[in-house]
Design a protein around this ligand. Sequence first.
Ligand code: PLP
Length: 399
Amino acid sequence: MESRKVYLDNSATTIVNPEVIKEMHPYFGDIYGNASSFHYFGRQSKIAIDNARMKVALLLNATPEEIFFTGSGTESDNIAIFGTLRAYEKKGHIITSKIEHHAVLYSCKHLEKVGYEVTYLDVDKNGVIPITCLRKSIRENTLLVSIMHANNEVGTIQPIGEIATELEKINEKRQNKIYFHTDAVQTAGKLDLDVKKLGVDLLTISAHKFNGPKGVGILYIKKGTNISSIMYGGHHEKGLRPGTENVAYIVGLAKAFEISNVRMEESNNHVLLLKEKLKNGILDKVPEVVVNGSGNKAVCNILNVSFKYIEGESLLLMLDINGIAVSTGSACASGSLGASHVLSAMGVEPVAAQGAIRFSFGHYNTLKDVDYVLEVLPKVVNNLRIMSPVWNKKFEKNH
Ligand code: PLP
């Protein structure tokens, strides 16, 4: 069998685009000034950050003053949640969903421990939050709603615009505004993130999901949003994210975001073609599989499939031996066994949830990658099922 390496874990992270590396390169060498220094060296770095901020603002239909550079998507989520809550005098109520990334979910769990009330909204079988549930969960003391734009395990897109419209109506009748944050880490570079159209107050992005460097993110904060710092130090990023700016990474983020927006349609079409080919191939060649997620309402690059009666982790390992990189859930959760919180919330039956695999495509994947997976995967699944007592029991029963 041909031996090759196929990377289908682009929702965990992506390769850095060579054009982005080229753009970042001078900031590891000649241009090294501290952006806070007033001399020539500092000014060069400051100009680079200002330009990057302008680029990002333009792509989000925001103003440069509304763009804050952070150290990651996780950090942006934390600043958005803890920062807005800190600005309120009293503790209160937060609404989020059961399928958020742990950066949001664990922040909310911590807030519960320190006296906040949290509603974790249910999702339907496709992973979508029904607006009526959100409406019903609003309380007098609700301070913040944090709902992700697209889920990182199944790709389901939430109706962010509709939620924003609903909150706007509710806010008109209230004294204290309910802020709306969305984690758009999985949609940046794949969907239009016009913050005006989305209607959000805060929005999180991370560069390494769209062929930018790891360890740099954005937090969009709408002008007028009441937010306090959760870190202390210098005046950087208006004191919200103190610490000497990582100029090279900020420049890389802006370049990667620009490229991914320019080629969005072409890239989405390419990736969707690969995803459909793999999905249809799996459905054709492998029995007892379930596709998790909501079809048209999902980002084009994520395909989550349950291979019933086997463990997702075993399948992941066998695919890895064959050079194929996939994931069983979010990269951060994949160290822990047990069904994914996302699939559980969607009501996926345990026998299917345990055998779930996320294939996530990127701009650089090819049809040959899919052909290779379709050559290897059915054999690997078959071998694992032969060893599975549950499968064998079912096999005996049926024959
Ligand atoms: N939010 C979502 C939806 C994600 O998928 C991820 C990363 O997997 C994060 C947040 C965290 O981003 P980062 O890795 O930049 O901390």
